[in-house]
Design a protein around this ligand. Structure first.
Ligand SMILES: [Zn+2]
Length: 135
């Protein structure tokens, strides 16, 4: 084996270099010392896209997991409570952005449906009244 300090040949079992006195590592001890971590592991930790770091877009804010959606859909299936919670999630500040937008879209469709029902009802009622008048 060779000295790591000066490069001269040293007897295999000696603890120190005979030429320069540097301590010799025993054969096989090199494997015990952990290798330095790869450069890529320490270079840059994973970072979220810039737009997700804006206020109100925190990691916990926009995280809608499958479990959370399942609980959400379960609550919406409850009569009355589901409708109230849809309004709370759509217009409250507590719900994640994806959930808020989803229930805003749902309520917009519900509003369109209500308006159409009212129009149809008024038209039907008017036509029935007209028929009644001419009877
Ligand atoms: Zn040496």
């Amino acid at each position: 084996m060779f000295c790591e300090n000066c490069g001269s040949q040293v007897a295999g079992n000696s603890k120190f270099c005979e030429k320069c006195g540097a301590p010799m590592r025993a054969a096989g001890s090199a494997a015990v010392i952990p290798p330095p971590p790869p450069q890529s592991a320490t270079a840059a930790p994973y970072s979220r896209p810039a737009y997700t770091q804006a206020p109100g877009y925190g990691p916990a804010q926009d995280e809608m997991t499958v479990g959370k959606w399942m609980i959400t859909l379960l609550i919406t299936a409850i009569p009355i409570v589901g409708i109230i919670m849809a309004f709370v999630w759509a217009f409250g500040s507590g719900a994640p952005l994806s959930k808020r937008n989803y229930f805003r879209a749902i309520l917009i469709y519900a509003l369109i449906a209500v308006v159409l029902y009212v129009i149809v009802f008024v038209v039907l009622a008017a036509s029935l009244n007209i028929q009644g008048l001419f009877r």
